[in-house]
Design a protein around this ligand. Structure first.
Ligand code: ADP
Length: 557
C-alpha cells in the first residue's frame, strides 16, 4: 500500500511537473526568463510542492523555496542527469539547499532537437511521510471501523442465532426433565423458525402422549388398587415391580417397602416362588392353591409370564384370590348336609324300626302297640318340625321373599305371648309381657318377627323348669326398638354362648330333642334379625337363666 501511495505521489509530482513544463516552455524556448520566478511562485501558491526551473546549462532560473541567484549550478543533480538520459528523473535525496530529504522529479523542457532547460518539482520526504501517515491513519481508521462494524454485525448475527438456540436448548432440557408445558415464541421464517415450530409440536405431542400414558397408568393403578384380588408383579430377576394393597394385606407385607426388592427377601412363601419359576419356565399360566396359617386363609394362585418382548418373558404376574370365605361356606354347607341328613335320619330310623317291630309281631299287646304308635307320631312330628325349620331357613337364605310393612311391635308381642301362655302354664312357668305406652313402629315382615319371638319364647319355656319366670319386654334405646326375652331357667355356659346361633348346635342334645328342639331355632332368629338390619345377643349364666336381646331400627330413625 505504501508503494502504491508512493507511486500516486510520484504521479502527482509528474503531473505537476508536466503542467510546469507546459507552462514555462514558451518562456524557456524564447529565452524570456525574467518573469519565471514570479510565475512559478504564482503556480505554487496553493500547493505544497517546490518548483524549480533550471536552464539547460544547470543555472537555476527560478525556485519557489530559494532565491535562484544564491543557488549553485544544478547540472549534476542526479535527477537532472536521469531526466537527460531517460526523459524523466526521479530521486530521493538530501537537499543541501533546504537541509532536508526531498523527493525530486525532473523533466527536460524543449523539443526533440533543442533542450531548453529543466523543470523540477520536489516534495519534502517529511510531507510525503506525513501524507503516508495520514493515509495510514485513514486506512487504520477505516479498517478499525470496518472491523467494529463487522464485529457488531457478527455479534448481532450471532445473537440472533445464539438466543433462539439457547431458548431451544433450554426447552430441550425441560422436555427431557418432563416439563412439556414450555413453548417457544420464536417467530422467524428461516430454518431456526422451522426448528422452533418443530420443537413446539414435539412438546405438544409429548404432552398429549404423556397425558394419555398418565391417564392409562392412573386407570390401571385405580383398577389394581380397587381390586379385591391381590396382584404382584416381578421382573425376570424376581424383583417386585408392583404390589397392590390387597396383595399386601394377603401376604402381610407393605407394598411400598417391597418395591424394588427381591420377592423372596420380603416374603418367604414357597408356593408363590414355585409358581413364578414354573410359569417363567413353561411360559404359560400356573394355577395352584396357597394356604397360610394364623389365621388360616386359603388363596387361589395364578401366575402368568409377562411379555414385553416377544418370545422372552420379562417377568411374571401373580394374582391371589382369597377363597377363605368360600372354603368356609363350603365346609358349612357340607356340615349342614351331614347334620341335616343325620337329624332327619334319626326319626326316620326310629319310625322304620317301630313299624318293622309292629309288623313282625302280630300278637303285640294293645298297650304296647299304642305306645309304639305314639312314638311313631312323635317322631313324625319331629320330622315335620325339622322340615318346617329347614324350609324356613332356606327361605331366609334366599332374598326377596320378605314382605316388609310398618308394624307395631307391641301388637305382635301381645299376640305371641298370648299364644304361648297356655304352653307356659302347662309347663308351670309364668309368662309376662311388659310393653310401653306408646307405639313402636318398625319396618318389618310381621310373620318373620312373630317367628323370631315364637322361637325365643319357646326356648325360654323349654329351658326353664316348672316354677320359673319368663319376661317379655319392649323398650326403646337410641332409635332402636329393644325386645328382651328373659328367663330364670337352666342358663347357658359362657363357652357355649357364641355357638348356640349355629345351625343344629345344641348344648344338651338329648334335652333339646326330648323337649322337641331341632337345633335350628336360634339360627332362624339370627337370620331374621340380619334381614331387618338388627342385632341379637345373649347374656346367660349357667343355672340362673338367660336374657336374649334383639334390637331393630325404629321406622322413623
Ligand atoms: P333348639 O331347637 O335345640 O332349642 P335352638 O337353636 O333354638 O335349638 O337353641 C340352640 C341351643 O341353645 C339349645 O339346644 C339350648 O341348648 C340353648 N338354648 C337356647 N335357648 C335357651 C334358653 N333360653 N335357656 C337355655 N339354653 C338355651
Amino acid at each position: 500500500m505504501q508503494q502504491d501511495s508512493m507511486l500516486d505521489i510520484d504521479k502527482n509530482l509528474e503531473s505537476q511537473a508536466i503542467m510546469l513544463q507546459e507552462s514555462i516552455y514558451p518562456a524557456l524556448a524564447s529565452n524570456q526568463t525574467d518573469n519565471l520566478q514570479q510565475r512559478i511562485l504564482q503556480l505554487a501558491r496553493n500547493i505544497d510542492i517546490r518548483l524549480t526551473v533550471i536552464a539547460e546549462d544547470g543555472t537555476v532560473l527560478a525556485d519557489t523555496d530559494q532565491n535562484p541567484t544564491s543557488m549553485d549550478n544544478h547540472r549534476n543533480r542526479p535527477e537532472l542527469q536521469q531526466a537527460l538520459e531517460q526523459g524523466r528523473g526521479i530521486v530521493t535525496r538530501y537537499s543541501h539547499t533546504l537541509s532536508q530529504t526531498m523527493r525530486y522529479l525532473a523533466l527536460p523542457v524543449g523539443d526533440d532537437k533543442l533542450l531548453s532547460g529543466f523543470v523540477r518539482v520536489a516534495m519534502p520526504l517529511s510531507l510525503i511521510d506525513k501524507r503516508l501517515d495520514h493515509l495510514r491513519n485513514v486506512v487504520i481508521l477505516a479498517a478499525s471501523l470496518t472491523a467494529i462494524i463487522a464485529l457488531l454485525v457478527g455479534v448481532w448475527i450471532a445473537r440472533s442465532f445464539a438466543m433462539p438456540l439457547r431458548q431451544m436448548t433450554n426447552m430441550a432440557q425441560k422436555l427431557s426433565d418432563g416439563d412439556y408445558q414450555q413453548r417457544l415464541t420464536i417467530d422467524r421464517q428461516d430454518e431456526m423458525g422451522d426448528l422452533a415450530a418443530t420443537l413446539n409440536q414435539l412438546a405438544l405431542t409429548a404432552a398429549q402422549r404423556m397425558e394419555t400414558i398418565t391417564k392409562d397408568r392412573n386407570k390401571l393403578a385405580t383398577i389394581l388398587t380397587g381390586m379385591v384380588e391381590g396382584v404382584i408383579a416381578v421382573d425376570e430377576t424376581g424383583h417386585v415391580i408392583h404390589m397392590n394393597e390387597a396383595a399386601g394385606r394377603m401376604i402381610d407385607a407393605i407394598p411400598e417397602v417391597c418395591f424394588g426388592k427381591l420377592l423372596t427377601d420380603v416374603i418367604s412363601i414357597d408356593a408363590i416362588d414355585d409358581a413364578i419359576k414354573q410359569c417363567l419356565h413353561t411360559r404359560g399360566v400356573v394355577q395352584s392353591e396357597l394356604k397360610l396359617s394364623s389365621p388360616p386363609r386359603y388363596f387361589e394362585l395364578y401366575a402368568t409370564a409377562l411379555y414385553e418382548i416377544v418370545n422372552r418373558p420379562t417377568g411374571a404376574v401373580i394374582v391371589l384370590h382369597d377363597v377363605t370365605e368360600l372354603r368356609k361356606l363350603e365346609r358349612v354347607r357340607r356340615d349342614f348336609v351331614v347334620n341335616a341328613s343325620h337329624e332327619l335320619k334319626t326319626p326316620v330310623t326310629a319310625i322304620h324300626g317301630l313299624a318293622e317291630t309292629m309288623l313282625e309281631d302280630d300278637n303285640m299287646e294293645v298297650d304296647t302297640r299304642k305306645n309304639f304308635l305314639k312314638k311313631i307320631r312323635d317322631q313324625s312330628l319331629r320330622l315335620s318340625e325339622l322340615t318346617t325349620d329347614l324350609l324356613a331357613l332356606s327361605r331366609l337364605e334366599s332374598d326377596g321373599t320378605e314382605d316388609f310393612t310398618s308394624i307395631n311391635l307391641a301388637d305382635i308381642i301381645t299376640s305371641c305371648s298370648d299364644a304361648l301362655q297356655a304352653e307356659a302354664n302347662e309347663k308351670g312357668v309364668t309368662l309376662n309381657a311388659m310393653l310401653p305406652d306408646n307405639e313402636l313402629i318398625v319396618i318389618a315382615d310381621a310373620k318373620l318377627i312373630r317367628q323370631l319371638l315364637d322361637n325365643l319364647l319357646q326356648n325360654a319355656i323349654k329351658y326353664t323348669p316348672a316354677g320359673g319366670h319368663i319376661s317379655l319386654r319392649l323398650t326403646v334405646d337410641d332409635k332402636q326398638a329393644i325386645m328382651e326375652v328373659e328367663d330364670d331357667g337352666i342358663g347357658i355356659d359362657t363357652t357355649e354362648q357364641e355357638r348356640i346361633f349355629e345351625r343344629f348346635y345344641r348344648v344338651d342334645k338329648a334335652h333339646s330333642r326330648t323337649s322337641g328342639g331341632t337345633g335350628l331355632g336360634l339360627s332362624i332368629v339370627r337370620h331374621i334379625v340380619k334381614k331387618h338390619q338388627g342385632q341379637v345377643s345373649v347374656q346367660s349364666s349357667l343355672g340362673h337363666g338367660s336374657l336374649f336381646r334383639v334390637s331393630l331400627p325404629l321406622a322413623n330413625s
